[in-house]
Design a protein around this ligand. Structure first.
Ligand SMILES: Nc1ncnc2c1ncn2[C@@H]1O[C@H](COP(=O)(O)OP(=O)(O)OP(=O)(O)O)[C@@H](O)[C@H]1O
Length: 238
């Protein structure tokens, strides 16, 4: 599989703070990757570095063979990098439909396609962003990213704080996006089992470096390793 996204010896962080330390990673076109690790290891920073929100002090980031290391955020966005941020970043005073329309770009989802993916949003189309539940906001955040026509979709803990029934809706939508669109996905998720069951490949970060890169199924089967890398046992006990 050709590499779609490449991190080539990337060192990146915030101002003088280095978070990613000489990190190299290739993600194939259309591949789906679970990005895991304990709090503060650099998962969000990796997504933000792909999107252009961090300071990259070493190495390069390439997408589809093009060096995008020095590109501003808007240019990456136009080139097909889509981020579903942890904070969701819905416009509170715009309606659901307006939130979608401002993100529309040719080649992306139409409003109707987004409503087909998340029928709940069609029911709420005239509600303002600040009148939505957390689950509806998350659906809107994913829908908005899809309106931009991403080639690479970066999802930062999209299941955080959602009721199990809403998690099921979001997971089903992500499965559908994977089946119907040839989109490369990176899913950061605190609920490791959920992510490992969704994505065939897993990368685990420890202090800004890759400590595991391989099959999700193999990691799911290796309780001891899971526990030492991400503390799944304590997560299950919580
Ligand atoms: N804007 C910032 N300025 C300086 N340091 C930051 C900034 N954002 C994050 N950091 C630091 O970078 C490190 C990695 O943070 P990051 O958010 O990437 O981790 P994470 O793995 O996504 O963690 P979490 O699961 O808690 O979201 C942490 O030590 C954090 O304190």
């Amino acid at each position: 599989m050709a590499n779609d996204l490449v991190f080539d010896h990337v060192t990146a962080g915030y101002g003088p703070t280095v978070v990613l330390d000489d990190l190299s990673l290739g993600v194939g076109a259309g591949e789906c990757l679970a990005l895991l690790g304990r709090n503060g290891v650099g998962k969000t920073t990796l997504l933000l570095t792909a999107m252009g929100h961090t300071v990259c002090s070493g190495g390069s980031v390439r997408l589809g063979g093009v060096d995008i290391t020095r590109w501003p955020i808007w240019k990456r966005s136009r080139f097909g990098v889509g981020l579903v941020p942890q904070e969701r970043e819905i416009f509170p005073s715009l309606s659901v439909e307006e939130n979608l329309q401002v993100a529309a770009r040719s080649g992306g989802f139409t409003v109707e396609q987004t409503y087909d993916l998340f029928p709940r949003l069609a029911e709420r189309r005239r509600n303002k962003g600040n009148q939505l539940s957390g689950g509806e906001q998350q659906m809107l955040s994913i829908g908005r990213a899809m309106m931009g026509g991403p080639k690479l979709l970066l999802l930062d803990e999209p299941m955080e704080g959602l009721a199990p029934v809403i998690v099921d809706i979001v997971i089903a939508a992500l499965h559908r996006i994977r089946q119907e669109q040839n989109i490369t996905m990176i899913l950061v998720e605190q609920q490791a089992r959920l992510a490992l069951e969704f994505a065939p490949r897993a990368v685990v970060l420890v202090r800004g470096r890759i400590a595991y890169d391989g099959s999700s199924a193999a990691l799911l089967d290796d309780q001891e390793r899971l526990d030492s890398l991400i503390g799944v046992r304590s997560e299950a006990a919580a």
